[in-house]
Design a protein around this ligand. Structure first.
Ligand code: T5A
Length: 216
């Protein structure tokens, strides 16, 4: 009998700025390390100098870019990160958890660029499909309070204001509507509660994922 090939699960963390992605990813990483789960916490900023350069440029100068340039640059960064970092980990059997993926571009750039879907279709063969997408949901007023509370200046995208972020949220919710891979987490709850729910959901998902992979 040929040995089954186990691949890693691809888990994506999504949400508005200030939704708690960074905090939960950090906790999830610690949890996986303590439970000896093979995992890689992926970050376009930390994993690749090319992605870091693109993302820094976009976050600092995005208002000066044409909307199509902005959209394509986010996809270019993502293709680079997927091909060089994410795909090899998944194929080697390691679970990958990433902070934002293509839903972010569809939701954020989709507010201003009606052709974002066309760019997505061009990029899709070079990307990996997430197995699970956790959407940390916060309304516009919570976004505003948390992002201002950080006390740092706002980057070019964060400065687009609350109506922009309300449209981004609506885009995310629309993406989640007919896609069973999405789990919507109420991220207005205390961080401890959000984290407990995150672990419970990811654990339950991984148990089924492993059974499915072994059975196939
Ligand atoms: N962007 C990115 C695009 O437009 N298109 C794209 O394709 C991509 C990839 C940078 C920007 O780039 C845009 C989107 C963004 O505007 P980023 O670098 O991923 O994106 O950074 P942000 O999402 O902006 O990261 P943030 O740090 O702002 O948000 P997080 O990570 O969601 O939130 P976190 O964990 O840092 O928490 C923020 C604050 O809120 C508190 C935390 O303690 C912290 O102070 N907090 C809570 N407080 C109370 N209760 C809770 N449940 C809390 N959760 C968090």
């Amino acid at each position: 009998m040929a040995p089954f090939k186990r691949r890693g699960a691809f888990v994506v963390i999504e949400g508005l700025d200030g939704a708690g992605k960074t905090s939960n990813i950090r906790n999830l990483g610690n949890y996986f390390s303590h439970s000896d789960t093979p995992h890689f916490m992926a970050s376009e900023y930390d994993d690749s100098k090319v992605c870091l350069a693109l993302r820094t440029m976009l976050n600092n100068q995005a208002p000066d870019f044409n909307v199509m340039t902005e959209t394509m640059m986010f996809y270019a960064s993502r293709i680079e990160h997927t091909q060089k970092i994410i795909a090899p980990y998944l194929d080697g059997g390691t679970h990958v958890i990433t902070d934002r993926y293509y839903a972010t571009t569809l939701a954020y750039q989709g507010v201003k660029n009606p052709k974002v879907r066309e760019v997505h279709e061009l990029a899709q063969p070079h990307l990996r499909e997430p197995d699970l997408i956790l959407f940390y949901d916060i309304p516009g007023d919570v976004y505003e309070a948390r992002v201002l509370m950080r006390g740092k200046g706002l980057d070019a995208i964060e400065s687009r204001g609350r109506p922009y972020f309300e449209q981004v949220r609506a885009n995310f919710l629309k993406l989640a509507e007919n896609d069973p891979r999405y789990l919507i987490i109420d991220a207005t709850k205390p961080l401890e509660d959000v984290f407990t729910e995150t672990i419970a959901r990811v654990d339950a998902f991984l148990r089924t994922f492993n059974e499915d992979v072994v059975a196939s």
